[in-house]
Design a protein around this ligand. Sequence first.
Ligand code: HPA
Length: 268
Amino acid sequence: MQLQDTVTYINEKTNNFTPEIALILGSGLGDFADDFSDFVIPYGDIPGFEASTVKGHKGQLVFATICGKKVVMMQGRYHYYEGHPIQRVVYPVKVFKKLGVKNLIVTNAAGGISRDFQASDLMLITDHINFMHVNPLIGPNDDDLGPRFPDMTDVYKKDLQELAMAAAKKLNINLKKGVYMALTGPNYETPSETKMVKLLGADAVGMSTVPEAMVANYCGIKVLGISCISNAAAGITGETLSHQEVIEAANAAKSKFKSLLLEIIKGM
Ligand code: HPA
């Protein structure tokens, strides 16, 4: 019922824009949406949404036609570490499904585990590990959205991965690949936790993305994930970490991130 209220409100505000692509812009990456503004709705105005609190996140939906494709962008997302219930974190994805979205591009800033990764590298997410100890699919199932026991073999769709790799090649961007693991945050890892993350098979670690990707996959939305490696995870270099460093690395990656996203959207 509430989902329908949200969808009705958005459709009224956007003259039934009907986006086909959704883009979730992570820490320091939100500027991408600044160049586009057919319709802008602050989260605080949307029934079922709440104003976002993280520095570097604006907290609004931006609707625009980009490279001929109708796109809805989240300038800032809800994080579990902010104290939001996990259902709020994934609520926008359910709304996107109802708005008609077919493809979701989800982005984040992440700590690099692999020694191959350097600050400002971009990593294509090939799979994820949910280590948040919470699952957004728990609860009564809405059969209109997806199945009770969804398959997660292929969350990050192969054809979209190929599209992203081809786009990166065309632009001469060295797009790395790897597995993303989500912890709750808000603290960065201890060096021992970094070792654990590595042992468990992840190449990058962060505090987001997995809940949204799980729900998108559950609803039948195809997912493409890109991490901006903002730092070596704690303990790898011995340096301490700060949010400022994360924002600066995202800033440094901004122009290649933007051109890559545009090329991917063009090909979708
Ligand atoms: N760990 C977890 N989340 C992050 C990191 C990190 O090192 N960098 C950016 N987000």
